[in-house]
Write a protein that binds this ligand. Structure first.
Ligand code: ATP
Length: 521
């Protein structure tokens, strides 16, 4: 990713969460069971995270909504008919020849620069250089916030000028000029080395013998498993070009500097769809998927100014995209990238690169034969919407995070109800007697329809505060009046307003109010 060009953000009204909100967000995620550092009792492990009881619900909700949007109820195409997309779940470890063909063994290496002073290593394309004057240049992570930059400038005794200094990607600075640069964590100039290649794939060995013949790789993207099954899917289903194959699953990259919580980790999840079409139609489908994918993120709550779309610069294009229509990113303004944006999903025109490569390397025919004219054979082009599931979870949390000094929790999560881990909480006012009995009955009924919580103990204020912090849209409270007239209070997360409704209408009430339950939708 290089420095984003200014572009109109999408309409909406949520201000970006402030950069220092990130500390609170990470603390809330831990406190309430969204995300924990992996192996925490052993001091953690850099770049790996565990999803807790609420984090896994949130992640599953995003995963299921993506699958529904892509596979179960895919959108209607430009011709008015629903498009065809099927799903697969391929192995994480494939024949290593697949990664040679895809270009990952030879090319999935990003140039790295080392810092001689701090011994830190950075991806060259992740650093931005700020030119304070002719000979004082400072390198920053592209995700560094304006405050981070100002702090560093102050430390180096340079005038703090917010965003006024010229910024250029390190990839555009000739190595002969590195002597002017102070590295991101360094105190002195000229400590960055010239870039060297570093392969991001994790490797291992299949079987008991650890030699090169048994070397295997953990997949760095889910896409290749789809290309490897292109022929199987064509032969076993009734799909015809144009069609898509979708997959959600783990991917592994030995990122040099995992950072910013779950934004850039070494083990993460992707949601990718390869759309196979005739090369002549690639532009039509690229525009189509671009608009559909943007609508998807908006439909689940990323509706604010924090979401935008950006075309890649020519120098950012991947090997497969150079000949094609290029790549565009859907980006989110994370608290740590603000005022800039970070990639959430890339939509690439991969041309016929992958299938051609696998055909050449495997010696298997991967052409598509036109069913109406068997003299017409061709390798389809591919449009690929590739999104991060775990990065999407982070965007949803950052978007939902809403400080509110008027409530005891001081903050609430304004999740769109479709992604909220718990859609409602049933809270008996008293922990003994009739209240919990009625509450349990209601819970047993509603849980058949929605993922809900039953929380019996603690004072009611604290229980509301907990539900606010985990983003539950509704709380239903059972009190003495419930026993008398079979009504419950319903408290809305965003407005804290309370209504009184009949016990029997709770499910219907949730159904009706689900989509108006968030202030941002
Ligand atoms: P970046 O420029 O941020 O490294 P990329 O362009 O290499 O990302 P892709 O290969 O296009 O990413 O992967 C598709 C999606 O997978 C990205 O848009 C992002 O949401 C997610 N993703 C990629 N790398 C990581 C990572 N290390 N941790 C979490 N999510 C990731």
């Amino acid at each position: 990713m290089s420095q984003p060009k200014p572009q109109e953000p999408m309409t909406g009204n949520a201000p970006p969460a402030p950069a220092d909100a990130m500390k609170d967000i990470v603390a809330l995620c831990k406190r309430r069971g969204f995300v924990f550092p992996a192996s925490e009792i052993y001091g953690g492990i850099n770049g790996f995270w565990d999803f807790g009881p609420l984090g896994v619900e949130l992640k599953n909700n995003l995963r299921d909504l993506w699958w529904k949007h892509m596979v179960t109820t895919p959108p209607v195409g430009p011709d008015g008919a629903p498009v065809q997309i099927v799903g697969i779940d391929s192995a994480i470890i494939q024949n290593p020849k697949a990664w040679v063909a895809s270009g990952h063994v030879g090319g999935f290496s990003d140039p790295m620069v080392d810092c001689r002073e701090t011994k830190f290593r950075y991806r060259q394309d992740h650093l931005i250089v700020l030119k304070a004057d002719a000979h004082n240049w400072i390198a920053f992570h592209q995700e560094a916030s304006t405050d981070d930059i100002d702090r560093k400038l102050k430390k180096l005794g340079l005038p703090v000028r917010k965003t006024e200094y010229e910024r250029v990607p390190l990839t555009q600075v000739p190595v002969s000029e590195y002597s002017n640069i102070t590295g991101p964590d360094a105190k002195t100039k000229g400590t960055l080395t010239e870039p060297k290649q570093f392969n991001l794939m994790f490797d291992s060995h299949a079987g008991p013998i650890k030699d090169d013949a048994n070397k295997v790789y953990l997949r760095p993207e889910t896409a290749q498993g789809i290309f490897l099954n292109f022929k199987n899917v064509l032969d076993s289903t009734r799909v015809r070009v144009p069609f898509g194959i979708a997959q959600i699953g783990k991917a592994f990259r030995n990122e040099v500097t995992p950072r910013n919580f779950i934004f850039r980790s070494r083990e993460f999840e992707q949601m990718e769809m390869e759309w196979f079409c005739h090369g002549d139609d690639a532009k039509k489908w690229r525009d189509f998927w671009f608009s559909e994918r943007t609508k998807f993120w908006q439909s689940i709550g990323l509706k604010s100014d924090n979401l935008r779309v950006r075309d890649h610069d020519k120098d950012e294009l991947s090997h497969y995209a150079k000949e094609g229509l290029g790549t565009a990113d859907i980006e989110y303004r994370f608290p740590f990238t603000a005022p800039d944006f970070g990639e959430l999903e890339g939509i690439a025109h991969r041309c016929d690169f992958d299938l051609t490569q696998h055909q050449e390397h495997s010696k298997q025919k991967l052409e598509y034969m036109d069913p109406d004219d068997n003299t017409k054979r061709y390798i389809p082009h591919v449009i690929e919407p590739a999104a991060g599931l775990t990065r999407g979870v982070l965007a949803l949390i950052c978007e939902a995070y809403t400080p509110d000094p008027n409530r005891p929790s001081g903050v609430f999560l304004d999740f769109h109800p479709s992604v909220a881990p718990k859609k409602a909480a049933i809270l008996p006012l008293m922990s003994k007697g009739e209240h919990p009995e009625i509450a349990t009955k209601l819970y047993m009924k509603v849980r058949e329809h929605y993922n809900i919580d039953l929380d019996v103990k603690q004072n009611i204020g604290k229980r509301y505060a907990r539900q606010d912090e985990i983003g539950t849209p509704f709380c239903f409270t059972i009190d003495d009046q419930t026993s008398a007239d079979h009504t419950v209070t319903v408290r809305h997360r965003n407005t804290m307003k309370q209504d009184r409704i009949h016990l029997d209408s709770v499910i219907e009430y949730m159904r009706t109010n689900m989509n108006t339950a968030t202030g941002r939708s």
